[in-house]
Design a protein around this ligand. Sequence first.
Ligand code: SF4
Length: 208
Amino acid sequence: MNLRGDQKKGSRPSLLLHVCCAPCATHVIELLKEQFAVTAFFYNPNIYPFKERLHRAREANDLCQKLGVEIITDVEKSHDWSRRMKGRRRDREGGSYCTVCFRIRLAQAAAVAEQGKFDYFASTLSVSPHKEVQIINRVGNKVARGLRTRFYSADFKKQNGFKKSCQLSQKYGLYRQDYCGCVYSLRERDERKARASNPCKTGARDEK
Ligand code: SF4
């Protein structure tokens, strides 16, 4: 693993940016580069199936190459996301289940930032309109407790952040997934598609 946090200190502080996917990273990297020496960090053991995780990691790598940003990629197949989520009640996207998912990813980002002597770490997660920024920031600050590195609290969807990330994704020709990442969000996506193709199925009325 290439850790450069302490080597990048010049006029700007160093920041390790947890990247959930390339489309969300576009706008956030542009924004943070104005203030920080940014290194991206792809760590998303939630993404199912594994080939989808590899695909999103490749897209993130390609984007970072285009933007001239270094990226650390951790796509170990053996990460135990599913085991750590076992026994937890799955609710809607954005519920308590997702809070645990954020914690797993942000705790790893904090550990890598600490090890690499980064001044800050942050996450692209708050770009998504489906994710609660207060929860992300609370989790980020919590996992940073007792560490030297600090969590950079932000709401990246502000000032049209999400719209800008969509426009930049188009500009860079990025793959844009249609589900968050885990097996449950994949199932929800499939159910949505099935309802859309058959409006007589239960649940179709909710969407009208
Ligand atoms: S919906 Fe997204 S944030 Fe929530 S548990 Fe699944 S992958 Fe994680």
